[in-house]
Ligand binder design. Sequence first.
Ligand SMILES: [Zn+2]
Length: 106
Amino acid sequence: MNVEKDYMNAPETGRHLLKCVWTSHPDHERRCELRIPAGVVDAAWQEELELNRWHEGFFHFAWRGDVWLAYGFADGRVRGVYCPEHRAERDARSFTLDSPELALSA
Ligand SMILES: [Zn+2]
C-alpha cells in the first residue's frame, strides 16, 4: 500500500472530478456524493505504474490525510474510485474485480 505520500499537492484543475462509486447494497438507491479531482488519482496511479509496470488492479493513495482507493489499468486509465469511508468498508470485505460498483462507474 503506497500511502506514505500525500497527493494533496497534485494538480486539481483542468480535469473532471471522479465520484466515489459506492452505492448501497443491494438496492443501489443511495449513492455517495464525495468527489476527488481526477488529476490527483492520475498522479497516484502513474506513480504506482512506475513502481509496478504492466500491473492492473486496485491501489490505495492518500489525499488530504485520508486514504482513498481506485482501480487502475496498465494503460494509465483509472476508474472505480472509493472515498475514505467506503474504502474502509470495502477493505473489510474481500475484493472481487467484477463487482457491481465497478461496472456502474464505467
Ligand atoms: Zn464514498
